[in-house]
Design a protein around this ligand. Sequence first.
Ligand code: FAD
Length: 442
Amino acid sequence: MIEQLQTLLGPSHVLTDLTCTDWRGRYSGKPLAVVRPANTEEVAAVVKLCASNHIAIVPQGGNTGLCGGATPSGGEVVVSLARLNRIRRIHHDHCIVEAGCTLAAVKEAAALQGRLFPLSLAAEGSAMIGGNLSTNAGGVQVLRYGNARELTLGLEVVLPDGRVWNGLRALRKDNTGVDLKQLFIGAEGTLGIITAAVLKLFPQPKNLVTAWVAVPNPAAALALLQRLSNVTAFELIGRMALDLVLKHVSAARDPLLDSPLWQVLIEADTTDLEEHLAAAMEAGEVTDAILAQSTAQSRTLWNLRESIPEAERAEGFAIKHDISIPLSRLPEFIARADTALSGKTIICFGHMGDGNLHYNVVTPLSHTDTINRLVYDLVHELGGSFSAEHGIGQLKRGELLHYKSEVEIDLMRTLKHAIDPQGTMNPGKVLTRMVTKPTPVT
Ligand code: FAD
């Protein structure tokens, strides 16, 4: 197998004797090989070879996923998309890019043409477009522009049998049957390997302003959000999350005095944010605020927000919950969960504008099941989701079975079986291992 892979790709692009570990260091596995194809044809050739030998495949982008989806469990071929990094074309309203382009590179290329690709997340320097689409990534601008699913017009995919589906259409309207691209977006590499995508581009905002605002509580933050217009980002940051950044990130400073318990980082494309903040202050929804006076100041504020995951990692173990809740019930969730977990340290922050919170609990690993049940049952009761933007991977397979209905699980399994009957495409991710087990590698 290794020799055949080397013949296909050249020996320097078939790496053996490696152990792969996920970003959080929770999962690791020793693959048969990590291969680095250079183009769609090479990806297809690798997949065909693996399929005919019943060898499982793990697609991998930037390896910044937070649920262990890109980590092998042992014996698979990891297909790294890193060398498929060409921007094939940029038009006014869309671009065609390969799966291994980093998100930052795509944004930069769009900006050079005076256009905006709005997907934004702290890991964008490493995360790749194929990974972004396969996890249906969200980030900080979903409120205004939508998540990865909504930003995608077309896809090119290598199917589990090695055929290539060319769906690189740049159409905003196309009602010609089932929208196949949506099957692969968010599938976490379990249905095929995305090799290229057509992405929507937007005008650059003209009046972007950034504000750091203290609010008395999450309900006040919600009232503030409802008063504002043209908001592109609305990030809630709890005291503990900010304190971790101040502790672990050198040169980080609290932008406001008096250490407020809750703050919101707001970005809006508007000229009237200051007026709205003044009115909110009179209404008691805001207690203090600063507006960035320059791009550098705005960057400093964003750095505080974007450093939270790294600061959490530096601090040590916490049970992470990436949840979404209908906006109107989000303050109720925080109040009830905080009460149920009183005495524990809670790191709470997230994309409040989308009803998406990272509600992380500092507690020993052995408490995971109890804490998860408490948090996720409350989320479920309030009509929310146990995975807002990070996906399922290996981490949340149990929750998927617990909270999705039998009909939903059955439909997911039926789709998986129809598209990947051998079960070789990223087995054991999203759904527990099923169908034909790949033959173990000897
Ligand atoms: P990987 O980790 O390599 O892979 C993720 C999954 O996609 C795996 O299942 C893998 O098999 C599959 N996959 C990868 N490439 C392909 C492909 N070409 N075809 C098919 N399947 C593929 N996520 C958010 O949504 N919002 C955030 O705000 C956010 N912030 C983050 C901040 C930090 C500091 C970190 C470390 C992560 C953050 N994430 C966030 C999570 C992560 O960055 C996203 O999930 C991202 O989309 C993963 O991209 P990747 O290229 O690293 O994918």
